[in-house]
Design a protein around this ligand. Sequence first.
Ligand SMILES: C[C@@H](O)C(=O)SC[C@H](NC(=O)CC[C@H](N)C(=O)O)C(=O)NCC(=O)O
Ligand code: NI
Length: 146
Amino acid sequence: MQYLHTMVRVKDIDASLRFYCDLLGLKEVRRKESEKGRFTLIFLAAPDDEERSAQLTAPELELTYNWDPEEYTGGRNFGHLAYRVDDIYALCQKFQDNGVTINRPPRDGHMAFVKSPDGISIELLQKGDALPPQEPWASMENSGSW
Ligand SMILES: C[C@@H](O)C(=O)SC[C@H](NC(=O)CC[C@H](N)C(=O)O)C(=O)NCC(=O)O
Ligand code: NI
C-alpha cells in the first residue's frame, strides 16, 4: 500500500494556487475538470516529489473546487499538512511579505505554522538541524494557539 494524496476543498482556485504554488512552492502536476460533476481537481506536488508524480507514486495535495458555492465548516478533526523546507526563515518572510499571517513564528529555526486561504493549517519544518535564532522572528509572538 502507498500513501497517495490528501484532498482539501477550496473556495478560490486562484487564491489557493497563489498560496500553495507561488508562495509555498508546490507545483501543479495534473488538473481534471468535470462538467458533469461541476468540479475541478488540481493535484500539487512538492518540487522534490514532482518527478515521481508522473508515475503517480508521489505524495500529492488534491485541491477540489466545486463550481457551485458550498460552505465548508467544522473539520476540527483535520490537523495540518506538513512540509520539510530548505529555509524556514526565508519562506516565512516570503509569506509575511505577501500578506500571509505567520500563526506560529519560526523563532526556534525549526517549526512554523501558516494557514491557507481556506484555513488549512500548514506546518513548515526546517530540513536538517534548526537554524540559529534570527531577529525579528526570535521575538515574535504567536498569532495562533501554539
Ligand atoms: C481523483 C480522486 O483522487 C478523487 O478524490 S475523486 C473523488 C470524488 N471527488 C469529487 O467528486 C469532487 C467533487 C465533490 N463535490 C466533492 O466536493 O468531493 C469524491 O468521491 N468525493 C467525495 C469525497 O468525500 O471526497
Ligand atoms: Ni482523491
